[in-house]
Design a protein around this ligand. Structure first.
Ligand code: SME
Length: 164
């Protein structure tokens, strides 16, 4: 009972923090059209808002190789440089256009371990105003099952407000 109450309280706090950081990101990026600046700001501000974020960043669709993602702005330890569509969690998000919420990365077929401390992960596709896939946003945690529907809703909202 106490545990369930605690979980609910934490979820409400987390949702409130996503709503706050969404406003902060919009304020910082007001009038800034550059895509790299926008991605770097989202990665930095989200990574610094939540303790359960371990690696935070973008893999962008390479304009020269349209079925390949290449690393973009990120916060964290060294990330893999390139990921093919369909490979690992990021590649699955790019291929399907759907958010991937992975409680245990070791159980995900083809998961790419850039840092062996990663335990769970969320990857959200990023679309531009025309609905074209331009990148995926990847957050890894060093704790198992660190992400839930509150993270998904919070991140999806910020990405569509920033890039859509
Ligand atoms: N874990 C990801 C690879 C990217 S990194 O963890 C930074 C994946 O399987 O897509």
């Amino acid at each position: 009972m106490a545990e369930a109450f605690n979980d609910l309280t934490l979820s409400a706090d987390k949702a409130a923090r996503y709503a706050e950081v969404a406003v902060e990101i919009a304020a910082v990026l007001d009038g800034e059209p550059n895509l790299t600046a926008r991605m770097a700001t989202v990665a930095s501000m989200l990574a610094n808002s939540f303790d359960h974020y371990f690696w935070t960043g973008f893999y962008v669709v390479d304009p020269d190789r349209p079925r390949e993602l290449v690393v973009g702005p990120y916060q964290g330890t060294l990330g893999c440089l390139r990921i093919a569509f369909g490979r690992g969690v990021c590649g699955a998000a790019a291929e399907t256009g759907e958010t991937q919420l992975v409680e245990d990365v070791h159980a995900f077929p083809g998961h790419i371990a850039c840092d062996s401390r990663s335990e769970s992960e969320i990857v959200v596709p990023v679309h531009d105003a025309a609905g074209k896939l331009i990148a995926v946003f990847d957050v890894d945690s060093d704790k198992p099952a660190a992400f839930d529907a509150v993270d998904q809703a919070g991140i999806e909202k910020i990405l569509s407000a920033t890039f859509g």
